[in-house]
Write a protein that binds this ligand. Structure first.
Ligand code: FNR
Length: 185
């Protein structure tokens, strides 16, 4: 049976390298896996649990709905000032009490023009997702250093070692998605 992955970029830049990585992923995914790029985390209000206004919450609720329906999630993020982009952290904060990440198979990627591969933001992303209960299997987390040397003129990943890493990451995530959910009594 086919499965759906929701991809979320931590960058809202028009020519984002991280969004390019996510857009490349469908090429490396098994035939029955569909990857949908979620665009719109910049539409959310600043996280404030006091907000009850339906109009303001609509984009947040649409996001929650898409996360619930997805069989797995892939997040790819840049790093700003050694941390997660505020727009991504804000989106994740809206999910803290609603539980969409509980037991959700999730893969994490960070990409940077620097040799560090945005490793600090990546570590923070994993920490935040784990506290929200995401299932991040071993092998489904990847930092990509010097990303600008690994994209062609159309923004497609063209570095073989990175393609291999991304293929392995998706395979690991799909394997986790196919595991039966276990409930602790
Ligand atoms: C950056 N960048 C950056 N990169 C990094 O690896 N660690 C960092 O701490 C920072 N800090 C930082 C601050 C500011 C103000 C800017 C403008 C940039 C570089 C960043 O990784 C680069 O711009 C990426 O291309 C952004 O990702 P997207 O939008 O291409 O996906």
């Amino acid at each position: 049976m086919s499965k759906n992955l929701l991809a979320i970029s931590g960058s809202i830049r028009a020519h984002s390298a991280n969004t390019s990585v996510l857009k490349s992923l469908q090429t490396f995914a098994p035939e029955d896996i569909y990857i949908h790029l979620y665009e719109g985390i910049d539409q959310f209000p600043h996280f404030n649990p006091d907000i009850t206004d339906v109009a303001q919450l609509k984009p947040v609720n649409d996001f929650r709905d898409q996360l619930r329906k997805a069989d797995g999630i892939i997040i790819c993020t840049p790093e700003y000032a050694f941390g997660l982009p505020g727009v991504l952290k804000n989106a994740l904060d809206w999910l803290v009490s609603s539980g969409e990440f509980t037991d959700k198979p999730t893969a994490t990627i960070s990409a940077s023009p620097l040799v560090t591969g945005a490793d600090k933001a990546h570590a923070q992303l994993i920490q935040t997702l784990k506290v929200m209960g995401a299932k991040i299997p071993a092998g489904a987390s990847l930092t990509i250093p010097t990303i600008l040397k690994k994209l062609d003129d159309h923004g497609r990943v063209n570095d073989q070692s990175t393609i291999d890493d991304l293929t392995d990451l998706i395979d690991t995530l799909v394997e986790q998605m196919n595991q039966p959910v276990s409930y602790e009594l």
